[in-house]
Write a protein that binds this ligand. Structure first.
Ligand code: SF4
Length: 336
């Protein structure tokens, strides 16, 4: 279901703007219908009251928690079952964050990512994206939503933009706390500035060498690293949200001097931060994680050369490593 269709159904059932706002707010905050001071039966038109049970049942059926996998760092990986039996991963992050999935599978095919190995199965609808937030809010507060789970948000732009608009308005998530993560696609730089809610942007860079990037991200749109950083810089300056450049550290591939020099050349003076995350082992991927000592040395060197660099582990990585691995494991043992 698209949020657009949901709004249409509410209007057909007699909802005015304030009724629609209330229904969407209760849903996206996972609150019961009787929350708040005005009781629905005195506030909603009778026709809407009559239609609500069916609409609410449909919203509740969009997604359910299949399994929860707590990590040692306080993160929790949730495997979420969608109504048609497909599954996606959401990760409850420390400090009230949530990582959501925007596609079942992914067409970009990054060679270090489990999700990319199986290709794209289907898009996740805008209502299913918000349903992931509602499910998470049944367990913890959510004040930050990052689109860094399964899928490339740029390949499902209409649904992702619709979900972002709802989360940044009735969903009460601050706009800079909505993070659209992409490998880089010209359509993102055209559409995001036009949205009512302008999210922060995370750009998956991984290397500053165009040829290597094409190898690592074989089906990413053809945007050279220089063009990507330039477009990101324009967006960051226009919105006031610094860019988060993402870099998965792969031993012997993108952890050498050539890439360090490339980072200094491309990112010096830019309004952004470089997040380096050592690679998580993926079945069938032919990469290794550099030693923690090596990772720290790279981060220190970049810091000394003026690049704001954060070295992180990916959240919940002790639970089946990176994105897509939980789903892959469950795919071998079908849903009950
Ligand atoms: Fe897709 Fe992201 Fe995995 Fe690349 S890293 S294949 S863009 S899900």
């Amino acid at each position: 279901m698209r949020i657009h269709d949901l709004k249409q159904r509410l209007r057909e059932a007699g909802a005015g703007p304030s009724h629609e706002h209330r229904v969407l707010r209760l849903w996206s905050h996972a609150l019961p219908r009787d929350s708040g001071r005005r009781l629905p039966r005195t506030f909603f038109p009778a026709s809407l009251m009559a239609a609500l049970p069916a609409i609410e049942a449909e919203l509740a059926g969009l997604a359910r928690v299949h399994t929860i996998h707590p990590g040692a760092d306080g993160a929790e990986r949730m495997l979420v079952a969608l109504a048609d039996g497909q599954t996606v991963e959401s990760v409850l992050l420390p400090r009230d964050g949530l990582c959501v999935s925007s596609q079942v599978g992914c067409a970009v095919g990054c060679r270090f990512c489990m999700t990319g190995q199986g290709g794209l199965l289907r898009q996740v609808g805008s209502a299913e994206i918000v349903a992931q937030v509602a499910l998470a809010r049944m367990r913890r507060p959510v004040r930050r939503v990052v689109f860094m789970g399964m899928g490339e948000p740029a390949h499902n732009l209409d649904n992702v933009m619709e979900a972002i608009e709802l989360l940044g308005t009735v969903g009460d998530i601050g706009h800079k706390n909505l993070v659209f993560s992409t490998v880089g696609d010209p359509r993102v730089f055209e559409r995001l500035p036009q949205g009512r809610v302008k999210p922060a942007l995370a750009l998956s860079l991984h290397t500053t060498r165009d040829a290597l990037r094409k190898e690592l991200l074989p089906r990413a749109p053809a945007m050279a690293p220089e063009a990507l950083v330039e477009a990101g810089e324009r967006y960051a300056r226009a919105t006031g949200h610094p860019i988060q450049y993402q870099w998965t550290l792969l031993e012997g591939v993108n952890d050498g001097d050539e890439d360090i020099e490339g980072i200094v050349r491309l990112l010096s003076g830019k309004y952004g931060v470089l997040n380096m995350i050592p690679f998580n082992a993926v079945d069938g991927a032919d990469f290794r994680r550099p030693s923690w000592e090596r990772c720290r040395k790279i981060a220190r060197t970049l810091h000394e050369r003026g690049i704001l660099t954060k070295l992180r582990h990916s959240a919940g990585q002790d639970v089946d490593g990176g994105c897509g691995q939980l789903r892959a494991r469950v795919a071998e043992a079908p849903l009950r």
